[in-house]
Design a protein around this ligand. Structure first.
Ligand SMILES: *Cc1c(COP(=O)(O)O)cnc(C)c1O
Length: 423
């Protein structure tokens, strides 16, 4: 374990010896009106733009201009199989086999499509379990799925809550809920890394607990992908979905990704909604063929996908593939550990960190709770060029991203926090 030191010299030294430091120059860092770079800690909300992204999108715009419809086959990166260019790296990032992963649609859409297949309620087994502090979109998706099947969320939505007076989820509580209610639960849909607390849950354990009670298990990895290594295949979860505009740096509203475990790759009996892109590639363009679902995650696609958005994903994946998750995570642990060290050193009773202390149970984000604070704290930080994310009632979410944040960024952020709070 590295021992951290106070003072900006330490931060500067760490930046000098950081093997990933130069990746910062491969991203556009937004600037304020005085031309000073922001200290950007909201890569968990919208990741920064790689400088190469423009070139990747321009390539497709040029090919569209030059080739029109022929671009489907004749473009430098033919559009017909374009999504396939993304699969291998994406699969590696989430720890999956290529047949288990595809880039398509957006996150909430994908959650619905996957629930069409994996939420199959029966008279006795029809409930869905989510974490009590689930992201609102996931909650709405689950509530409307329940209603769609004729169930009332008041009865059929079960929440896994932290214990009284605590903020983090406890695996033993999930175990005991499943022990007493597992026979009624059809699906667990859990955020792998909670958006609010930053808690990274043991996916393999959740999968084992759920499957023991014959529940399907789905994971939302919006805050996990590109941040932690979820080893999806090995975890055994049935499905997962994520977006690519947070840690994956693929642009606002960019496409999402899905994982469907290999054990369903050739299962044509699963219920699903299909479109022409679900169809076996050999007969897709015969146009008059009966539905023959393409094997693997690709079989959940409906439409021919937006190439311009995929070009941005391709640009970002090239960076991930160059660096690899192990190096990113190595830096991430150190950078977040440093932020934690500086916050704890403030030694102020009003300031605490709600994210787990164990580096194996979190990604890069720390959620900092400031007693009696309100959003004006966040606004003051913004005035000082520090971009963080405020969550009511009193939490600042701060995500130092290993790709483009520096130790100096982290040092300066805590210095400003100190000044503003006068601690
Ligand atoms: C960011 C996020 C979403 C957003 O969903 P979109 O469909 O991409 O708008 C949903 N769920 C979680 C957990 C998120 O973190």
């Amino acid at each position: 374990m590295i021992s951290f030191k106070p003072g900006i010299e330490f931060a500067k030294e760490q930046d000098l010896i950081d093997p990933l430091a130069h990746y910062r120059t491969k991203f556009h860092i937004p600037k304020n009106s005085r031309g000073e770079e922001w200290l950007y800690f909201t890569g968990n909300s919208l990741g920064l733009q790689p400088k190469k992204t423009k070139q990747y999108i321009e390539q497709e715009l040029d090919d569209w201009a030059k080739l029109g419809v022929e671009g489907h086959f004749e473009a430098k990166n033919p559009w017909m199989p374009y999504h396939e260019f993304l699969t291998e790296t994406m699969a590696e990032i989430v720890g999956a086999k290529p047949i288990e992963v595809v880039i398509m649609n957006t996150l909430t859409t994908n959650l619905h499509l996957l629930m069409v297949s994996f939420y199959q309620p029966t008279k006795l087994k029809n409930k869905i379990l989510i974490e009590s502090d689930a992201f609102p979109s996931d909650r709405y998706a689950v509530e409307t799925q329940l209603r769609y099947h004729g169930y009332d969320p008041v009865e059929s939505l079960i929440e896994w809550s932290p214990r009284k007076g605590e903020t983090l989820l406890n695996m033993e509580d999930l175990e005991s809920m499943l022990h007493s209610h597992g026979h009624e639960i059809a699906l667990l849909l859990i955020g792998g890394v909670n958006y609010y607390t930053g808690q990274y849950l043991d996916l393999k354990k959740i999968s084992e607990l759920g499957h023991k009670k014959e529940c399907k298990v789905g994971i939302d990895l919006a805050h996990g992908v590109g941040n932690i290594q979820p080893n999806l295949h090995e975890s055994g979860v049935d499905f997962a979905a994520w977006c690519t505009y947070k840690y994956m740096n693929s642009g606002p509203g960019s496409l999402g990704g899905i994982f469907v475990h290999e054990r369903y790759a050739h299962d044509q009996t699963l219920k699903r909604f299909a479109g022409w892109w679900s169809q076996n590639k050999k007969t897709r363009f015969d146009m008059r063929q009966p539905l023959d679902i393409t094997p693997g995650a690709e079989g959940w696609q409906l439409s021919n996908p937006p190439i311009l958005s995929m070009a941005a994903i391709k640009a970002s994946l090239a960076l991930f593939s160059e660096v690899g998750m192990p190096s990113l995570i190595k830096k991430s642990k150190k950078l977040t550990g440093y932020l934690e060290y500086l916050i704890l050193k403030l030694n102020n009773n009003n300031i605490s960190i709600i994210t787990p202390k164990d580096p194996e149970q979190r990604g890069c984000q720390l959620s900092i709770k400031v007693k009696n604070a309100n959003k004006s704290l966040h606004d003051k930080l913004t005035e000082e060029n520090i971009i963080t994310d405020w969550r009511n009632p009193d939490v600042i979410r701060c995500a130092p991203v290993p790709f483009y944040n520096s130790f100096e960024d982290v040092f300066k952020m805590v210095e400003q926090l100190k000044n503003i709070l006068n601690v």
